[in-house]
Write a protein of this length. Structure first.
Length: 76
């Protein structure tokens, strides 16, 4: 008997939802600046140019935060 594979769904969040759930990101403009600088979390853009909406996978936000987490006592 084969083991059932359970698909995991990676939640997709708007910029406003990211800011609401992760207070580290003060507001959508702060996220936009991180995108512009190329230093923010990976994101999804629905259309090229200014008319495209931007979304974030929860896993991308979590990964970005994990990459910046410093263990106690470690050199910053």
């Amino acid at each position: 008997m084969k083991a059932a594979r359970q698909a995991t769904v990676d939640e997709v969040l708007s910029s406003a939802e990211v800011c609401k759930q992760y207070p580290l990101f003060r507001n959508p403009q702060a996220l936009a600046e991180l995108r512009w600088r190329g230093t923010g979390p990976d994101y999804i853009k629905t259309h090229p140019g200014r008319s495209g909406r931007v979304y974030y996978r929860r896993s991308a936000i979590e990964r970005w935060l994990d990459e910046r987490t410093v263990s106690g006592g470690a050199a910053a």
